[in-house]
Structure formats: structure tokens, C-alpha cells
Write a protein that binds this ligand. Structure first.
Ligand SMILES: Cc1cc2nc3c(=O)[nH]c(=O)nc-3n(C[C@H](O)[C@H](O)[C@H](O)COP(=O)(O)OP(=O)(O)OC[C@H]3O[C@@H](n4cnc5c(N)ncnc54)[C@H](O)[C@@H]3O)c2cc1C
Length: 422
């Protein structure tokens, strides 16, 4: 399939047109899926001298990686739970993991001159008293780590002045986080990987994997024989059902893009050009694009059915924050699938020793996928310390069908929605 009708697809720097996989290929590592997880893994491996083939069912960045909010936010979902389980001696390692994805993205954008509108600044906004407690803790945590990058606590008045809305009680701004055009990052990284010798195949759905000392990754028209395989299909993956089914649940997530806003409105609602996300369990998030559209995301759907009109579902949420936008045109609306794991910790592991998987970022993956790419590459080279932090996590698989699992997840999310309302 071709890209969805997103703002990102309409403004990508170039269209990728890699060949279909035909006949036999041989590589040290075969990566299945060319989103951030797959491309970050391939690029890291290529930087280290491995020969790599990436096999993508659609186009590079076709999945969540080319459709997301573009918010580059530190952390990996579930890290706090991991620290609780492993103990305080892991605190420093987990703190490094938390920031490593940002470092990789910032470094690669500079090193490979990737034009993806990277901006620094991400603001978490408080809608209730308990959110003010969270942001206070964020500031204290950074102070305790002597965090070397700029961060700020904003009171209600500063928040109103910086974001042009009276909706919030306060905010926490961190300038080591930021925002970017995710599809341009993904295709830019793919080009960097290609320049290092990575072979990329598009429009080539993988239909099966034959296991063994040299696993064979098969499509309808060809195959790759490799020493190791990395499955990076996240919420779109349906391979290895026996091991992976009912572990990660696809949920729909949706975004709208307004028409480009006037300079006066931009100055009023986001003069610092930061990304914004609220602190609810089911978040609303937004930012300006390079051409000054408001990109607003804010709804999840666990039933597997997209809303009849994405704009109708999201515009009222946007107007609660910015009533002054009531007459703006909505130029784009789109959705994509995020992979939710019950305990919110990414599902990482390997099957029969040499088929690795890494998926389920619970909607927070721009940074996480990049550190995971490095963790996968380390694991393939035999360094398992960070891999084991995730792979040793026990995951509960909901018995029964995937549909039943999705219903359980939907029920869980109802609980979170109610919590947000309190
Ligand atoms: C609307 C939306 C907004 C989001 N906003 C943010 C945000 O602002 N910040 C943030 O940090 N995260 C955000 N996320 C989450 C983030 O985008 C994801 O966590 C991340 O992109 C996952 O990357 P991935 O490479 O693992 O998966 P994907 O990008 O989904 O890529 C998987 C790829 O695998 C391919 N594939 C699947 N099966 C096969 C097969 N059998 N053969 C070959 N290829 C296959 C698919 O075609 C796809 O291209 C958002 C997600 C969505 C959907």
C-alpha cells in the first residue's frame, strides 16, 4: 500500500521507491518492517559494519513512524515499573536508556543532515492539582540528576502567556525533548542506511519465517537468508502468532492538521514553537508544523474501527484549548496504529535464539524506537545487558482471541478515561 493521506505524506522530502524483494538475498541480519524500529536497528547495525536487508510490506515509514505526532519525548513507557522490579541499582542504567533515544535522533539528524524540522522544547501541561504534583516531581528528579539541559516549571500565568490558553494550571518545559517531521526523519534515516550499504525492499510483505541456524525470511516473490532476524512490525505485525499473539494490541490514534495559521495566531498560541502534551492518562497533544499548521492529536480507539470522521472527533477537543481557532479549515486528518502492551512495557525478546522482536511502545515511540534499535544491535553482537532489562519482564498474554483481548484493553482504557474525568 501507499502512504496514508497525512500532512506528512503530502510534505515528505522525497518519495521512496525501493525495489520489491525478488529471488535470494543473503545478509548478516534481516529486519522485517521499515518504521523507526526497523530503520534504527538497520542503521545502527550498518554503522557497525553488518550487512543488512530490510523488508517492508508497504513503504518506509508507512506505519505509525510516518504518521505520529512528531513529539520527541524522553523515556520509554513502563520504565518506572522496570525500576521497581529490578531495584535501585538499575536506576542509572534506566536513566541513560530514558534519554538515549533523544541523543541518537539529535545526533543522526546532524550527522546525516536529515531535513526533518527538528525543534527543541516539549511542554507537559497540568489540568488538575495532581498534575501539578507530577511536574514538581519532574523538576526535582532532573535536579537530583544534575540534568545538564534546560528545563522550566511554569505557573498558570506563564503557561497562559506561552501557550495562549487559560486551560492549564501550570506546565513543565524540557528543551532536551522536542518535535520533528517523523516521516522525513524516517526516510532520511533510511537513505543514510542505504548509503552505508543496507538493502531496503518495499511493497514486500513477509509471509513466513523458516527457523534454523540461518533463518529464512520469505515473501511471495523472494527470500532473505540471514544469521539473525529482527521483527519490527509493531502493531501491524501478524507473524509468529504462536509466540506473539495477544501480547501487543493495536489501538487507533488520530491527528488533524489545520490550514497554515496567521503570524498573529502563531504568536498568540505558541511563540516558543514547542510541542505540548497534557498529563491525562489518555492524552491530547499538539504542536505547530514547519509551515505553521496546528497538528492536534487526541483520541484513541481500541475497538479496531476508525471513527467515521476523525476531524469531528478531534476538533471539539482542539477548540476547548483554542476557541479562537473555530473558523480555521482542517486540511488533513489521519490515523495510525499504536501497539499497546498490558503492563505498558515494550515486548522484547527472541524466538529460537536468533529471531528478535521489539514492539509495543504504548503510543510513545519516537525516542523509544531509536534506543531499541541500538539495544537490538547490541543483542545481536552478544551484549545483552540492556536487552535483558526488557526481555526479562514477565508479560501476561490475554487468553482467547485477539478481538477478546482488544475488548479487555478497551475496558481498561475506560477506567483511565474515568480517572481523567475526576
Ligand atoms: C497517530 C499516532 C500518533 C503518535 N504520536 C507519537 C508522538 O507524538 N510521539 C511518540 O513518541 N510516539 C508517538 N506515536 C507512537 C510511535 O509512532 C510508534 O511507537 C513508533 O512509530 C513505532 O515504530 P515501529 O517502527 O515499531 O512501528 P511502525 O512505524 O508501525 O512500523 C512497522 C512497519 O512494519 C511493517 N510490517 C508489518 N508487518 C510486516 C510484514 N509481515 N512484512 C513486512 N513489513 C511489515 C509495516 O508495514 C510498518 O511499516 C504515535 C503513533 C500514532 C499512530
Amino acid at each position: 500500500m501507499e502512504h496514508t493521506g497525512s500532512y506528512y505524506a503530502a510534505t515528505r522530502n522525497f518519495a521512496t521507491d525501493y525495489p520489491r524483494l525478488e529471488g535470494t538475498q543473503r545478509a548478516d541480519v534481516c529486519v522485517v518492517g521499515a518504521g523507526f524500529t526497523g530503520i534504527a536497528t538497520a542503521l545502527t547495525l550498518a554503522e557497525r559494519g553488518y550487512s543488512v536487508a530490510v523488508v517492508e510490506a508497504n513503504r518506509v515509514g508507512w506505519g505509525a513512524s510516518g504518521r505520529n505526532g512528531g513529539q520527541l519525548i524522553n523515556g520509554i513507557s513502563g520504565l518506572a515499573k522496570i525500576e521497581k522490579r529490578l531495584g535501585p541499582e538499575y536506576a542509572d542504567l534506566l536513566w541513560d536508556i530514558r534519554w538515549r533515544g533523544n541523543e541518537i535522533v539529535i545526533d543522526r539528524v546532524a550527522r546525516y543532515a536529515i531535513d526533518c524540522d527538528l525543534k527543541h522544547g516539549f511542554v507537559e501541561v497540568a489540568l488538575k492539582k495532581r498534575h501539578l504534583d507530577y511536574i514538581q516531581e519532574y523538576a526535582e528528579e532532573r535536579a537530583a540528576h544534575n540534568f545538564p539541559h534546560r528545563y522550566e516549571l511554569w505557573d498558570a500565568e506563564q503557561t497562559g502567556a506561552n501557550l495562549g490558553t487559560s486551560r492549564y494550571m501550570g506546565a513543565f518545559a524540557c528543551y532536551r525533548d522536542g518535535h520533528l517531521h517523523p516521516l522525513n526523519l524516517c526516510i532520511g534515516e533510511a537513505r543514510a542506511a542505504e548509503n552505508l550499504g543496507v538493502r531496503i525492499f518495499e511493497q514486500s510483505p513477509v509471509v513466513a519465517i523458516d527457523h534454523g541456524a540461518n533463518p529464512r525470511v520469505r515473501t511471495e516473490t523472494g527470500h532473505v537468508d540471514a544469521d539473525a532476524v529482527v521483527l519490527a512490525g509493531n502493531a501491524y505485525l501478524s507473524l509468529q502468532q504462536k509466540e506473539l499473539t495477544n501480547l501487543v494490541f493495536p489501538a487507533g490514534s488520530y491527528i488533524i492538521a489545520t490550514e497554515p495559521l496567521s503570524a498573529e495566531i502563531v504568536e498568540e498560541i505558541n511563540p516558543l514553537d514547542v510541542a505540548v502534551c497534557d498529563l491525562n492518562e489518555i492524552v491530547d497533544y499538539y504542536r505547530l508544523s514547519a509551515d505553521k499548521r496546528l497538528l492536534y492529536g487526541g483520541r484513541c480507539n481500541y475497538s479496531g474501527r476508525d471513527p467515521a470522521s476523525i476531524a469531528k472527533a478531534i476538533v471539539p477537543r482542539m477548540l476547548k484549548v483554542y476557541p479562537q481557532l473555530k473558523d480555521v479549515r482542517i486540511d488533513y486528518e489521519w490515523g495510525g496504529k499504536i501497539g499497546i502492551v498490558l503492563n505498558r512495557i515494550p515486548a522484547v525478546g527472541r524466538i529460537q535464539g536468533n529471531v528478535y522482536y521489539c514492539q509495543g511502545y504504548s503510543g510513545h515511540g519516537v525516542n523509544a524506537t531509536h534506543v531499541m534499535g541500538e539495544i537490538m544491535a547490541d543483542a545481536i553482537a552478544g551484549t545483552l545487558e540492556r536487552f535483558d532489562v526488557f526481555a526479562s519482564t514477565p508479560h501476561f498474554r490475554i487468553p482467547g482471541s485477539q478481538t477478546f483481548g482488544n475488548q479487555i484493553i478497551a475496558l481498561g482504557m475506560l477506567y483511565y478515561r474515568l480517572k481523567d474525568m475526576l
